[in-house]
Design a protein around this ligand. Structure first.
Ligand SMILES: Cc1ncc(COP(=O)(O)O)c(C=O)c1O
Length: 440
């Protein structure tokens, strides 16, 4: 008997009692390999003694001080560290308690920026279909995940969506990657013009689409073209790196690999690595200066922003992930994961695509490899694979609705960055067995 309204009301969940390295143990003594870091959260592994020490030290000193009265060493240190590691152009940090809060703050920051600089007419947000930006009302409205939005549609603020960059399905046979990127950039430009060339606040996108598409990076050149379109119309570019950022793709910031500068970047998940609930918004000096020289404040805030214990944990997590060797491990182990999956599943009749960057890996399932016809959604293949994987003591992150919110199945794998080759091989074996047990 549980008194918790769990995410789904159904069979009892196992109780997690211990986390160490890449493993979680439940109350029955079953040891699971954390092949997805939960939902791409566990970045440097479970039970890291240095992070626990940093949190303890902060709790002993002071656990909480409201941010309208005080700042703390932990929060200042984390902000300095993030700015030092960020690509050029991201100069300030706003701390929050998770990914949805980061996206909400980013949207309001973008809107207030235009009010401060005398362009209050700007009011539209454009994002992409088949994206996820969080579950709070503003973030949900921004996301293009049709299934997550459906029943809440009547209470969502109006937003606009263009196509995702999903080359495996949407790049035409007669198109080069460059042509495809140009077509998508043109679609964004057309949408901006349709809404009014001085009416759009921001374009929001995940550099590597996570939960909704299953680790899909953009084609080469896509984000450079998108940046050009945004610049042409004075539209801010907000990159949501809540899932793909903080080292997940083999660089601290995912968009480093796209060679562009963003105006605002949101991070969370791997930032706290599961040790504390924390998110952050990184913003340009232009935006910061507009606030400083204008109203002198950002009209936002929550009780727990800049929480000292969360900041101390994240500061240590980020320090650890930036140490020499760890990002190299993410890249090498990510390659091993994709190679291992290709060996095991590359010819499986229901495996259409194996993709991703770093330790952010997606497997898309199909009914037919040639036509890319998806499996019948009524089969709920993704949910059955999740169960089969759990039965084999593997935590994975399968999802349905990959194509349009209803059709399509994929599995997301995102193990901790400290993972070793034999543990990668174990994930490959267990997920392959779970797929075969489900679809044959
Ligand atoms: C890209 C992206 N943005 C925002 C969020 C929301 O983050 P949170 O669940 O921490 O609120 C998520 C969560 O999966 C995400 O993947």
């Amino acid at each position: 008997m549980t008194r918790i309204l769990h995410r789904s009301i159904g069979p009892e969940l196992p109780r997690a009692v211990c986390g160490q390295g890449v493993y979680i143990t439940d109350a029955q003594g079953r040891r699971y390999i954390d092949g997805s870091g939960g939902a791409a959260v566990t970045s440097i592994g479970h039970g890291n003694a240095e992070v626990l020490d940093a949190m303890r030290r902060q709790m002993d000193a002071i656990a909480y001080a409201h941010t309208s009265f005080f700042t703390t060493e932990a929060a200042e240190s984390l902000a300095d560290r993030l700015v030092d590691l960020a690509p050029q152009g991201l100069d300030y940090v706003y701390l929050v308690s998770g990914g949805s809060e980061a996206v909400e703050a980013a949207l309001k920051m973008a809107r207030q920026y235009f009010v401060e600089i005398g362009q209050p007419q700007r009011r539209h947000i454009i994002a992409r279909r088949q994206s996820y930006h969080g579950n709070t009302i503003g973030a949900l409205a921004t996301g293009g995940n049709a299934w997550r939005r459906a029943q809440f549609q009547p209470i969502l603020p109006q937003t606009h969506h263009v196509s995702p960059c999903y080359a495996w399905r949407d790049q035409r046979p007669d198109e080069t990657a460059q042509d495809y990127a140009a077509r998508l950039a043109q679609e964004l430009e057309d949408k901006i013009v349709e809404l009014g060339s001085d009416q759009v606040i921001a374009f929001v996108a995940e550099p590597v689409v996570g939960a909704t598409l299953g680790a899909v990076p953009a084609v080469e050149g896509y984000f450079r073209r998108i940046r050009e379109v945004c610049d042409r119309y004075g539209v801010l570019l907000i990159l949501d790196e809540v899932m793909c950022g903080m080292g997940r793709t083999g660089t601290i910031f995912a968009h480093e690999q796209d060679g562009i500068v963003a105006d605002i970047v949101t991070v969370a998940k791997g930032l706290g690595g599961g040790y504390q609930p924390i998110g952050a918004v990184l913003l340009s000096a232009d935006i910061y200066n507009a606030f400083r020289d204008g109203s002198g404040l950002f009209q936002h805030g929550h009780t727990y922003i800049g929480h000292p214990v969360a900041a101390a944990a994240a500061d240590k997590v980020v320090e650890i992930m930036a140490r020499p060797g760890l990002m190299e491990n993410v890249r090498a182990m990510g390659q091993r994961l994709r190679d291992g999956l290709a060996d095991e599943l590359g010819r499986h009749p229901n495996v259409g695509d194996i993709r991703g960057r770093g330790l952010f890996c997606g497997i898309e399932l199909v009914a037919d490899r040639d036509s890319k016809e998806p499996l019948d959604p009524a089969l709920r293949t993704h949910a059955r694979i999740k169960r089969e994987a759990m039965a084999r003591r593997l935590i994975s992150y399968p999802m349905g609705g990959t194509i349009d919110g209803v059709r399509g199945d994929h599995i997301l794998l995102a193990p901790p960055y400290i993972i070793q080759p034999d543990e990668i091989d174990l994930i490959v074996q267990r997920i392959s067995d779970a797929i075969r047990a489900t679809v044959g």
